[in-house]
Write a protein that binds this ligand. Structure first.
Ligand SMILES: C[S@@+](CC[C@H](N)C(=O)[O-])C[C@H]1O[C@@H](n2cnc3c(N)ncnc32)[C@H](O)[C@@H]1O
Length: 330
């Protein structure tokens, strides 16, 4: 796909902005196909409309959601080692950049000159990138609105004195893929990093069920709002007639599969209409909305190797809740 400059101007300080999403982003096709499956399911990338992004930021602040705090603490604690591992003059590419909060730690320490955030949520990408560019006036920010689950070729930036590319993928967003999908993604990250490039990826670790269940079903119900917001988005953008109050949030850790499963459970027998199609939900039937796969350090390193990386570093917090892996593209 050839980079097409977005028709809209970039935010102040953002040097360039590309939009690679197809018109409509295949939302309708994916929803219709997902609802027609025996286990109804919708890909988690559709959580992130403006409200979804806001709710995700609120989740990051929840006492039960240890992931963001643990990962941020790891980055802060080991930033000197991480900086040494990466070396000078690195281009930073971030997949699923969201609010770009953890990115600031890296940019400040690495004194990055070129930052390429990639996110599917255009408004959030523009807002976060604009804010970052204002904070770091010497930083060149090139925002890319794209879906990283599809083949993606990032533009090369001639003129920038870059020694190495670093692909940053924090937030344990890698866990939203099944291991087989994660391998495909990691191969794409390997291509983006190029030979000798670095992958810095945040990966949530396997742990007790009680901690994991609580992280995805918080007492304030913010994760429930995040999950149910998907139905509101489908109604608003695709003209569907979901009644969100007739569904409930369900999230649980499956220790055998090593993953959180997130679903919306139908509280009644009901019909939903979308684009002239009718879908039936039985009482108790679920719509699957997200996996969050958990790894051991060794299992994730093995996956990295299969994607063409050499695992070189792992940083964790004292409680071994979370890991940040540093891998080099072979
Ligand atoms: C779990 S949040 C993580 C945000 C941030 N990196 C962090 O660590 O807190 C996932 C981010 O990835 C983006 N995202 C999800 N699926 C995506 C996809 N298929 N392509 C591009 N961005 C995606 C979302 O918009 C959101 O900003």
């Amino acid at each position: 796909m050839k980079p097409q400059p977005s028709p809209q101007p970039a935010a102040p300080g953002v040097v360039r902005f590309y939009n690679f999403l197809p018109p409509g982003n295949n939302f309708l096709e994916d929803v219709l196909a997902g609802l027609a499956r025996p286990q109804k399911s919708i890909p988690p990338k559709y959580f992130y409309d403006e409200q979804g992004c806001r709710l995700f930021e609120a989740i990051c602040e929840l006492p039960e959601y240890y992931l963001t705090r643990a990962e941020t603490a790891i980055l802060r604690t080991y930033i000197a080692e991480i900086t040494q591992f990466i070396g000078p003059d690195a281009q930073l590419i971030e997949f699923g950049s969201g609010a770009q909060a953890k990115t600031r730690i890296l940019i400040e320490a690495l004194q990055t000159l070129l930052y390429v955030p990639v996110d599917i949520a255009e408004d959030t990408l523009r807002a976060s990138s604009g804010e970052l560019a204002r904070l770091f006036p010497l930083l060149n920010v090139v925002g890319i609105c794209a879906d990283y689950t599809r083949p993606l070729w990032l533009p090369e930036f001639a003129g920038a004195a870059i020694r190495r590319k670093v692909v940053f993928f924090p937030g344990s967003t890698i866990g939203n893929f099944t291991p087989a999908e994660a391998l495909v993604f990691l191969k794409q990250a390997r291509r983006a990093a190029g030979a000798g490039g670095v992958l810095l990826v945040g990966v949530d670790l396997k742990k007790d069920k009680t901690t994991l269940d609580a992280a995805y079903a918080d007492s304030k119900g913010v994760t429930a709002q995040f999950n149910l917001n998907l139905l509101a988005r489908i109604n608003r953008e695709l003209g569907a007639d979901f009644q969100p109050s007739r569904f409930r949030h369900r999230a649980f850790y499956d220790p055998i599969m090593g993953r959180i499963e997130m679903h919306l459970e139908s509280l009644y027998s009901q019909l939903v209409h979308i684009a002239g199609r009718r879908f039936e939900f039985a009482t108790g039937e679920t719509l699957h909305t997200e996996f969050s796969c958990k790894y051991s350090i060794a299992d994730f390193q093995e996956l990295g190797k299969r994607a063409g990386f050499t695992p070189e570093k792992v940083w964790t917090d004292p409680e071994q809740l979370f890991s940040v892996h540093g891998m080099v593209a072979a």
